[in-house]
Ligand binder design. Structure first.
Ligand code: GDP
Length: 306
């Protein structure tokens, strides 16, 4: 967590600096409030939440006759924290279920999202975390659209020391690969099966078909434990539109926000949780194997404020 805070702080937190500039004035003028609003919008907090936050702050300032910007800053911190919502359950489901015949099934985590957002990398990092915690893991390379994707996943698999189930030909049926991966996990009494998928967004109906088929086929072997949507934090509003589509087609249970190391626009956390009604559970903080962390609301808001 200290690391998350450091990273966010080191990313320069222009938001924090700008807020500091506004809030170090003696008295908040109309222009200052506008500037505050602008800073939050620039950080991708979103129009609705920003308006609510400013309104709430202004009311508190008026009602309590607060003039000290340092107090406003503390109020801002607690309002931001409320928006991020520390009460949400952010634990990752890694416990399997019991099949009808009484045998145990592995936890199945389906990882979805647009190509390039960091799905494969996230699956690799997550496998590493799970293995370090003592879990046995199987990877499923259901992104059969690009052979390179399966190679990349396999590289992560061998680095971490877990098997990767894949197809040798391009364009193989992703649902079949996902099924094989879950079957193998079940046969080998694995704890968790992580399934990487392709994310072509050109065609919503096609995506819906593909993800729908993958989850239907998987659930013949074991129930889905988690559907994690991977979103690139640097893509702003565009990422939000993607989230909307996946939210509609994939029954998302949690969000992984990647590339937070490359942006000060962390406000997207607020926007995307609102949009999908599910929590951000994990964050990507770099390309390396250790750069995945549980999302911590307090550390996050502190980092945002700099
Ligand atoms: P996929 O197409 O969704 O599977 O995306 P990849 O896993 O191949 O990742 C795309 C690129 O983003 C790669 O170059 C990754 O190293 C990079 N990447 C993934 N996660 C992060 C992150 O948290 N931070 C940074 N800086 N880069 C990341």
């Amino acid at each position: 967590l200290a690391r998350l805070r450091d990273r966010l702080a080191r990313s320069g937190s222009p938001l924090g600096q700008k807020l500091l500039a506004v809030l170090s004035r003696d008295h908040l003028s109309e222009d200052d409030w506008d500037e505050l609003e602008e800073v939050l919008l620039l950080a991708d907090v979103g129009a609705g939440p920003t308006a609510e936050l400013i309104e709430s702050l202004r009311t508190q300032v008026r009602v309590h006759g607060i003039a000290d910007p340092a107090v406003v800053r503390d109020m801002l911190r607690s309002e931001l924290l409320k928006l991020v919502d520390p009460t949400l359950d952010r634990s990752l489901g890694t416990t399997g279920a019991t099949a009808e015949d009484g045998s145990a099934t592995p936890a199945v985590v389906l990882v979805v999202g647009v190509n390039g957002t960091g799905k494969t990398t996230t699956v690799g990092k997550l496998a590493r975390v799970l293995v370090a915690e003592g879990s046995s893991v199987v990877l499923g390379a259901a992104d059969t659209f690009r052979a390179a994707a399966a190679d990349q996943l396999e590289t992560w698999g061998s680095r971490v020391g877990v098997p990767t189930v894949r197809s040798d030909r391009d364009g193989a049926d992703p649902a079949a690969v996902a099924f094989d991966a879950v079957r193998r996990g079940r046969r080998e009494n694995s704890d968790v099966v992580l399934v990487d998928t392709a994310g072509r967004l050109q065609n919503k109906a096609g995506l819906m078909d593909e993800l729908g088929k993958i989850s239907r086929v998987i659930t013949k072997e074991a129930p889905l434990t988690e559907v994690l949507l991977v979103l690139d934090a640097t893509t702003g509003q565009n990422g939000l539109n993607q989230a909307r589509v996946f939210g509609e087609v994939a029954g998302v249970t949690g969000i992984v926000l990647t590339k937070l190391d490359g942006t000060a626009k962390g406000g997207i956390v607020v926007a995307v949780q609102r949009e999908l009604g599910v929590p951000v559970k994990l964050v990507g903080l770099g390309e390396g194997p250790d750069d995945l962390a549980p999302f911590d609301p307090e550390a996050f808001v502190d980092g945002l404020l700099g």
